[in-house]
Design a protein around this ligand. Structure first.
Ligand code: RIB
Length: 302
């Protein structure tokens, strides 16, 4: 049976240090703990979809090292279709060096490894997966030519196309927008996309209008504890965030994207999918690590 959701994106091994605060430039800081945790925005989103109730296939690359085997196994353990996850010979797997501080904020450096070798042909080779899906999700931790190909192919096939523009340092190519059904940035990504400060609901509304004018059908700006804004053809709506005590915000955005996509694939309305994604993300920030923090559907049922 075909997977309802396809994720085209990155797999990283996260090397996570916890410390009271993030180190300053040139400083050596004693930390409190260290963990090696499966992550990567693409893989995290695939895990979120699988745990939150929809079938999912992943298209991506790992290196031919021990981390690559562990990253692939972590997806297989969640019943994720990994026929599109290739092992790149002579290359290391993607890595993320993460520091989490006492207030749950993080700083991340990524080393692309095999993710940097994901080409349009790697996606083209699994076109039957795209054809059989309802929702296609991309992020920006793989080469942009591959994202561009996937967005355009998803649009041509009439699928629901989601782009989580993360990480993001500037505007997207203008010809990407018309292929996007849901563009889902956080505040800093929305700021990078528009060149305007995005710090609260009012500035998010301005950014969302701008991004819709560029051609994205719907824009969802996630605002952490300030909730999320949905802007679409029917207007704008703010969704308040559930109140929680955060421990680690790593992969909160990925959990929202995966939860939102899973709910859409299960036939829920946009509004239901927004609220569901938010509840899943809120629970994830109360737990440490990327994939270990992502909740299961049963944990979210009333
Ligand atoms: O979004 C969180 C993810 O960003 C981490 O798992 C890390 O791998 C980086 O890609």
């Amino acid at each position: 049976m075909s997977a309802k959701v396809i994720v085209v994106g990155s797999l990283n091994m996260d090397l996570v240090a916890r410390a009271q605060r993030l180190p300053r430039a040139g400083e050596t800081l004693a930390g409190e703990s260290f963990a090696t945790v499966p992550g990567g925005k693409g893989a995290n989103q695939a895990v979120a979809v699988a745990r939150l109730g929809a079938s999912v296939a992943m298209i991506g690359n790992v290196g031919d090292d021990a981390y690559g085997q562990q990253l692939r196994q972590a997806l297989l353990d969640e019943q994720i279709d990994c026929q599109g996850v290739a092992v790149c010979p002579g290359v290391s797997s993607g890595l993320a060096l993460i520091v989490v501080d006492a207030s749950s904020q993080n700083a991340i450096v990524i080393i692309p490894g095999g993710n940097g070798l994901l080409r349009p042909a790697s996606v083209q080779a699994f076109d039957t997966l795209l054809q059989g899906a309802e929702v296609i999700i991309c992020q920006l931790e793989v080469p942009h030519e591959t994202v561009a190909y996937t967005l355009a192919r998803g649009r041509a096939l009439g699928k629901t196309v989601i782009l989580n523009p993360a990480p993001c340092t500037g505007p997207l190519p203008a010809d990407w927008y018309s292929a996007i059904d849901y563009l889902i940035p956080n505040e800093s990504e929305a700021q990078a996309l528009t060149g305007q400060p995005v710090t609260d609901l009012t500035s998010a509304e301005v950014a969302a209008s701008q991004l819709r004018q560029l051609g994205a059908n719907n824009v969802i700006i996630t605002l952490g504890a300030q909730g999320a804004l949905l802007a679409g053809p029917q207007g704008m709506r703010h969704f308040a965030a559930p109140v929680v005590q955060p421990l680690d915000t790593t992969a909160a955005g990925d959990t929202f994207v995966g939860g939102f996509a899973a709910a859409l694939a299960r036939g829920e309305s946009q509004e239901q999918a927004m609220a569901f994604g938010q509840r899943a993300a809120a629970l994830s920030v109360t737990r440490a690590g990327a994939q270990p923090s992502i909740p299961y559907l049963a944990e979210l049922q009333p």
